[in-house]
Design a protein around this ligand. Sequence first.
Ligand code: 13P
Length: 257
Amino acid sequence: MNRRYRKTIIAGNWKMHKTPSETRQLIDELKPLISKAKWCEVVLCVPYVDIPIALRALKDSPRIAVGAQNMHHEESGAYTGDVSAAMLKDLGVKYVIIGHSERRAYYHETDTLVSRKVHLALRAGLRPIVCVGETLEQRDQGVTLDLITVQVKAALSGVPVEKLRQIVFAYEPIWAIGTGRTATVEQAGEVGASIRATIRKMYGARAARSVTIQYGGSMTASNAHDLLAQLDVDGGLVGGASLKASSFAAIVQAANQ
Ligand code: 13P
């Protein structure tokens, strides 16, 4: 991370875990543990139905923001069961995860769809956390950096430079998600640097250095410190370890050192 130019952001992605009452409980446990987190922004990306209770529980904690895990790619309309960017914004949501590999895999979300969502999120005033990453097969084939360049370019297509700072990228190697197999610090650092190089080519060095690039995939209290020591790893998108107050707080602490 490089705090001089960009924000360090630790985000928890709760996925489909925690009921509203469990949300209240977890946030109540978490708050005192991370109250001293001065040097990084903390985001809790909770299930839609937990958003109101999370916002209420965090009213007195301005440094902890609430995020959503998805949104629809149209502004409004006949999309039964879906949620729009404007709805999230109106509730008080600040961030939204876009293009998580689970959504790409199970809901067939393409780079084109990701791009539409990025535009809609920005228009609504939400900060997109755009997930990119390769499968193990792609890594073995040696196409990781090329593939991620394509994903990054697609997500940024048509985004003006003045909006770029609103976007957060999360490098999430698919083979590291929920597997306990974390990328090495070199792998995370290399892909982070490559994402920034792509942004630099599109927007110039000044704009590129202000973008936060997170790592996600089996991040824990024990590996967070080393991962965050990489220049282009400016935070984490944490799944499993964000579901327990103590393990998530320990990661936030690592980002504060
Ligand atoms: P894990 O931390 O459980 O590997 O999940 C990472 C992730 O997918 C965050 O979005």
